[in-house]
Design a protein around this ligand. Structure first.
Ligand code: BTN
Length: 275
């Protein structure tokens, strides 16, 4: 039996793809500042729709709200997709939720024994309450067209103990759930293969309506007390799912609020954050 390490290469990815366009053009980097920064450069130079930039490690991995995304080498998946979707600008924010659905599908295929949770707007969590993946979508104006660079980080191999102390209690890896190491490129191919039909359906519907059942099924916020922070604004209430336009529905003492952006935190009974 071969002990060869599965190759982290474009050839390996190509051999697994079933897509028309998504992931067909790819850049593999052993080390890069951020795949999103590279994605934005490629978008402005009119790179093809669906180009994927993959890195083994990032020196300036970026998270949402100007946070750092830890990107150690040889264990996780860091990639960005350059997309030129045919959609009206007002529905661009839905794309991050669509990416979350694609990551959910890829993770569920990779570790079928586990059920993964969607946490609005675009995080994937384990049943044990650990964050496994995050998504950072950035829009780039390219002449008359808007490109979206969808950056995705997935914690694949290694253990929670490898994370820095500030996130050690809340971050987890897929291999901890699978109980064995996982091939990052197989996971990437599963995402790309799942994402292309989701993108087709979304562009046709121009809304998240076709995915509401799936979102509702795996939504970990629904029915819980949450705190939503968007800049200086903080609102608390009971999460009540999402609207097909991607907004979060929050029941508050002052009535229903529809939230278009922010960070969400589940609250324990005493009101302090559970994550
Ligand atoms: C978040 O949850 O805060 C979003 C994290 C997004 C991280 C990914 S890793 C690949 C891509 N390149 C980056 O610099 N960020 C995204």
């Amino acid at each position: 039996m071969s002990n060869a390490v599965p190759s982290f290469s474009h050839e390996h990815l190509e051999s697994l793809l079933t897509t028309r366009a998504i992931g067909r053009l790819a850049e593999f980097h052993d080390c890069i500042d951020s795949t999103n920064i590279r994605g934005k450069q490629l978008a402005t130079s009119q790179s093809a729709h669906g180009t994927v930039i993959v890195a083994n490690t990032q020196t300036a991995g970026r998270g949402r709200m100007t946070r750092v995304w830890q990107s150690p080498p040889d264990c996780n998946l860091y990639f960005s997709l350059v997309l030129f979707p045919t959609i009206p600008p007002q529905i661009v924010p839905q794309l991050a939720l669509l990416c979350a659905l694609g990551v959910h599908e890829a993770m569920s295929q990779t570790v079928p024994t586990h059920t993964f949770g969607l946490k609005w707007p675009n995080d994937l969590w384990s049943q044990q309450g650990r964050k496994l993946s995050g998504i950072l979508c950035e829009a780039v104006l390219c002449g008359s067209q808007t490109a979206i660079v969808a950056g995705i980080g997935i914690n694949v191999n290694g253990s929670s103990d490898d994370f820095p102390p500030d996130i050690r209690q809340t971050a987890g890896t897929l291999s901890e759930l699978a109980n064995h190491p996982l091939d990052r490129i197989e996971l990437l191919a599963k995402f790309l293969n799942a994402f292309e039909p989701l993108l087709d359906q979304w562009q046709a519907a121009q809304s998240l309506q076709p995915f509401m059942d799936t979102w509702n099924k795996f939504d970990i916020l629904r029915g819980t007390s949450i705190r939503v922070q968007n800049g200086d604004e903080i609102i608390e209430g009971i999460a009540d799912g999402i609207r097909p336009d991607g907004r979060l529905v929050l029941s508050t003492p002052d009535g229903e609020r529809l939230i278009h952006a922010g960070d969400t935190h589940i609250l324990r009974n005493g009101g302090e954050e559970a994550n």
